[in-house]
Design a protein around this ligand. Structure first.
Ligand SMILES: [Fe+2]
Ligand SMILES: [Fe+2]
Length: 144
């Protein structure tokens, strides 16, 4: 059972970002399946760790792209990334340093706040600018 399924309307119109979002979906589904399937604690923590690393890498990719296109809300977006990543790392530390098992609250945060809310609201705001700057770049190179 997948907890998250990709839909075309989630696209921000940038292949690299869409690909990274889909990888995050895949990792969350893998983590969810591992918890439901009673995989070993070590395996669950490995997947959680992968999710933290991919999230950090993805946020960095977005921030570089937003900086390149001169996105005016970059500071606010970066703050959101910082807060989401801090919460995710706190969860990771908590599960690594205790014998707690991953539960519904964690998935509510990961699926709700980290992925869907942020991706559908904040990430969607920079999407038109990425597409505009790409169109201008293509138009400029075609003019040469
Ligand atoms: Fe994103
Ligand atoms: Fe973002």
């Amino acid at each position: 059972m997948t907890i998250l399924s990709w839909k075309p309307e989630y696209s921000v119109g940038d292949a690299e970002i869409d690909d990274q979002h889909q990888q995050l979906f895949l990792l969350v589904n893998t983590l969810h399946a591992a918890v439901l399937g009673n995989f070993s604690r070590q395996r669950v923590l490995e997947i959680l760790s992968d999710l933290v690393q991919h999230t950090e890498y993805h946020f960095h990719t977005e921030e570089v792209k937003m900086s390149e296109i001169g996105y005016t809300d970059l500071c606010t977006h970066r703050d959101q990334h910082h807060n989401l990543l801090r919460r995710l790392k706190e969860i990771e530390t908590l599960y690594f340093s205790s014998d707690l098992t991953l539960g519904g609250e964690l998935f509510t945060f990961i699926v709700g706040d980290l992925l869907l809310n942020h991706m559908l609201h904040s990430d969607k705001k920079y999407a038109p600018l990425i597409n505009t700057s790409r169109s201008v770049a293509e138009w400029t190179s075609n003019e040469r």
